[in-house]
Design a protein around this ligand. Sequence first.
Ligand SMILES: Cc1cc2nc3c(=O)[nH]c(=O)nc-3n(C[C@H](O)[C@H](O)[C@H](O)COP(=O)(O)OP(=O)(O)OC[C@H]3O[C@@H](n4cnc5c(N)ncnc54)[C@H](O)[C@@H]3O)c2cc1C
Length: 466
Amino acid sequence: MISIIWFRKDLRLFDNPALFHAIAESDCVIPIFINDTSACPMGGASKWWLHHSLSALSQSLGRKLVLRQGNSLEILQQACQETEASAVYWNRRYEPESIKTDKTIKSTLEENGIQVKTYNSHLLNEPWTIKNNQGDHFKVFTPYWKHCIARSKISACLTIPTLEKLQIISGCSLESMNLLPKEPDWSAGLRESWMPGEAGAQDRLSDFMNNLSGYKENRNRPDIHATSRLSPHLTWGEISVRQIWHTMHRTLETRQTLESDALNFLSEIGWREFSYHLLFHIPTLPTQPLRQQFADFPWQDAPEAFKVWSKGLTGYPIVDAGMRELWHTGYMHNRVRMIVASFLIKDLLIPWQDGQAWFWDTLVDADLANNSASWQWVAGCGADASPYFRIFNPVLQGETFDPKGAYVRRWIPELANLPDNFIHQPWTAPDAKLSSAGIHLGYTYPYPMINHDMARKRALELYKTL
Ligand SMILES: Cc1cc2nc3c(=O)[nH]c(=O)nc-3n(C[C@H](O)[C@H](O)[C@H](O)COP(=O)(O)OP(=O)(O)OC[C@H]3O[C@@H](n4cnc5c(N)ncnc54)[C@H](O)[C@@H]3O)c2cc1C
């Protein structure tokens, strides 16, 4: 039997069920990746990542990865005709548009006599397999995750199959897919920060396992490298979440002192699962507030303020550091994501969907489920959300989670010489301190674009009107 394995967000060999079964059940397998130009557009940082991840995958497959561009269904039909393939294998996706596309492709291929075999490679538990006592989906994280942990028997990882059966057919070049930024090439910071691909993902996991101790205590600290930074690798399926799960449990068997760190880390993986659960059951998650009353919130149309926020020039150092980290590396620490999102939504009254779109364009881990659920969570309009009246104070957040200002100094070098007690509120520093630190407020670094206390009161008043 000749088969096609259609790679999507599963750009790895280890524990890749579609690849494993295609090779086990076929005489000859053609590995394809399709850059579907009719699908939801990717952000710039995602495209950069995809380019490098495909390059790494192609190398691992002995340069046998076929790249094509266009409509997925047409390309798969063409490829089946050219190769006389009688089966197509893929790993399942969960975004509403992808589900629709995959259903159409599956039924059309099957009508043409081609077998379609699909698998779970992306999640510990697929969204429809987890139900509450009423047989409905979960709306609150804690009972969801407890339920998952109680039931879970996570299947073992699949090995890397031998690749002798792989065959190549004609395709386009990676360069012709135009995924890399040109004129200007803004990707230098991304190149410095990441190694896309399966080998990079495996390195990240082993580094993180060596540094797991202290995760629980320090995961909220952007000035300390305490989190795994596995998110882009997970987003692109360069590492299997099952592998992470089993690695963590094996570690627990031998090193019980790490229990609270490991369980805390797994609960973050649980938030990822929960976001997928929500997106599957509530397909409007990326666009509509889950709490309907928020549809009438009097958001402001403030394109200039949005620009100031996106460039990291708000005058609040922790917000600006986060936005600059994002622009430079395609990543932002989770605590800082919450702070900058709260500032955009509650201090500037700009719709959460605008922030979500900016993150979609600039994050290397841009993920429809996680991004939508997290923005709704901060806005207070999501399932199990942070209450609307919880408005992050950017100064206190900075002082609590970046106490010496190391994170701010790293991303805002113009503030580097300011003493610790002013680093999160430079406008309170005496003139002498500012000038000896080489800072001229309003010139070298902005004054706050808005008074936080006033903005907080304004947001709470508006919230009362809902
Ligand atoms: C406004 C906002 C937008 C976000 N957008 C995205 C996004 O587009 N893509 C994305 O992957 N994450 C997103 N997150 C969640 C979180 O910030 C990142 O997953 C995390 O910062 C990744 O860093 P890490 O891999 O070092 O995390 P770790 O702490 O090492 O966590 C391990 C893994 O768990 C998952 N995870 C951790 N925290 C969360 C969370 N709060 N929600 C869901 N999954 C989580 C990620 O897959 C992460 O890689 C967003 C959070 C906020 C507040």
